[in-house]
Ligand binder design. Structure first.
Ligand code: DQA
Length: 141
């Protein structure tokens, strides 16, 4: 199985950025552990701070992989263009957030992309990615 993880803006700073909210582990070390836990899953990883580049990657992966795990960062709350890209591709997309966006500021309660996604996982720290992976590889998908 092939799964693509796509991270949006400021998620390159995981481990450094607001550790009280996002934790102090950098994403690459988490990803190494995830790859070891799921040796039969081919996991690709991409991060960009640019909306259009994220859309390019959704289009690029969306016809090649079996599923996409997407943390669109703050674009979650604003981007109709990312929602359109999710709807345009074949692969199911799981929206992921490290923090519980519903326990934070009001503007984070709104997602422009949720209705285009297979489902949403939020609030479990970096484990949100593993839970999304479990959802995508579950037999009923
Ligand atoms: C986030 C939540 C967003 O509101 C925020 O803008 C992020 C990270 C999360 O993973 O918790 O950049 O997507």
């Amino acid at each position: 199985m092939k799964i693509a993880i796509i991270n949006g803006p400021n998620l390159n700073l995981l481990g450094v950025r607001e550790p009280g909210i996002y934790g102090s582990r950098d994403f690459n070390s988490y990803l190494d552990g995830l790859r070891k836990l799921y040796p039969n899953v081919e996991l690709s990883y991409f991060q960009s701070n640019c909306e259009g580049t994220i859309i390019d990657e959704i289009q690029n992966q969306g016809f090649k992989v079996d599923g996409i795990i997407l943390n669109a960062g703050a674009y979650t709350h604003t981007s109709i263009a990312i929602a359109d890209a999710i709807r345009a591709v074949k692969a199911p997309v799981v929206e992921v957030h490290i923090s519980n966006v519903h326990a934070r500021e009001d503007f984070r309660h709104v997602s422009m992309i949720s209705s285009s996604c297979l489902g949403v996982i939020a609030g479990f720290g970096l484990n949100s990615y593993r839970l999304a992976l479990e959802a995508l590889i579950a037999p009923e998908n």
